[in-house]
Design a protein around this ligand. Sequence first.
Ligand code: PLP
Length: 411
Amino acid sequence: MNALRDVDPVLADIIVREEERQRAEVNLIASENIVSDAVLEAQGSVLTNKYAEGYPARRYYGGCEVVDEAENLARERACALFGGDHANVQPHSGTQANMAAYSALLNPGDRVLAMDLQHGGHLSHGSRVSLTGKIYDFHHYPVSPKTELIDLDIVGAMAKELQPKLIIAGASAYPRIIDFAGFAEICNEVGAFFLVDMAHIAGLVAADEHPSPVPHADVVTSTTHKTLRGPRSGLILCKEKLAKKIDSAVFPGGQGGPLMHQVAARAVCFEEAMTSSFREYAAKIRANAATLCEILSEGGLRIVSGGTDNHLVLVDVRSVGLRGDVAEEHLSRAGIVVNMNMIPYDPNPPRHPSGLRLGTPTITSRGLGAEETGRIGRWIVEVLQNPTDEERIARIGNEVRELCDGFPTRI
Ligand code: PLP
C-alpha cells in the first residue's frame, strides 16, 4: 500500500488495523467470508475506471471491448457453475438483485409470499422498513412452532388463500435444507412465479453441498460474498424467457453503470468455485458447523430446530439466561465475533433478541478443522456459562489470539 500510505496515511492505518482485527479474532458471522488475493487483485484493478452502462456488445459508452470480455466471462462462468440459462452479474448487492427481480416479475402492489424475517427471512423480502415492503404487498410464512422447520403445509395453505403472484424461498438465518422442489410444486398449484434467494448458501449449492434451486425456480438471486467467497455483489440467474426482463430491470431499471472491477472479481470467484479444492472447502464448512452445533448443544445451549444442515447454527441463548445482544458482547470480549439474531417466535425485540447466529465460512477459509472448531465451541460455552468471570474471559481471549496466530486470513 505504498501509494496509499503516501497520499492518505490515516486511511492506510485504518486498513492495516482492520486487517489485524480480522487476523486476531475468530469470526463466526455466518454472512461473512474472506476472499482470495486473486479476488482482491481483480477488485483493486484499473477496471474501476471504466463506465460500461448496458451489456456486452450493447453499451452506451465507447472503449468497452475489453471489459465486455470480463463481463462475458463472469456470465458464462456463473451459468457453468450453477447451470442456469442466463446470468446477470451487474447487481451491486443482494438487495439490488432482489429489487431487480421483483420489478421484472411484479407490478407495484402485487402480492408476494416470503419467509418471515423473524423466522429466518431477509429484510429485502418485504420487511416494512425496506422499500420492498413499501412497493409490494408482502405476506410472510412462519416456520412450524413445533419443529422450527419450514412447513410446506403452512406455506401451501397460505399460498392457496393469498394467491400471490410470487413466492420466495431463501433465508438469512435458516440452518436446514430448503426443499425447493416442494416450493415449486406449490407455485405451480397457485400459478405463482418462484424466486429463490440463495445468498447464504450459494457456495454450498455450487459445491453440491445443498440441493440446487436452479432447476426449480424461475429466478434465482444471490450475493457472491457469503459461502461463495467472492466480492461483495449480487447475482441473478433466470430462465431464458425472463432474461430480457431481468436485464432491463437491473439496467436501466434500478442501476446505472456496473462496477466493472467487481464484475471481474465475480468472474474470478466463479472460476475458483469450480475447483475441487472449493468443493472440499464447502464440505468442510458443513462439517465444522455440525461440530460447533454438537459442542454447543452438549454445553447446554438450545439449538433452534435441533441442528444444522448447512453453514450456520442458530442458538437460543435464553437457555443460559442471556439475550443475544448481551451474549454477543460477552463473546466479543473473548475475541469471538458473532451476531445477535431473532429466533422463531421470539418474544424479544430485534435489538435485544433471544438468539445468536454462528457460521463457519470464515474459519473454514482460514483452514480451521474439527479440532479447532471444537475448541471454539467449548470457549463459547465457557464464556456464555460464566459471563461475569473476567479472569476466565481474559484467559480465553489469549487462547483465541494464539489460535488465530496459526491461521492466516490471506488465502
Ligand atoms: N438475501 C439474503 C438471504 C441475505 O442474507 C442477504 C444479506 O445478508 C441479502 C439478500 C442482501 O445482501 P446485501 O447485503 O448484499 O444487499
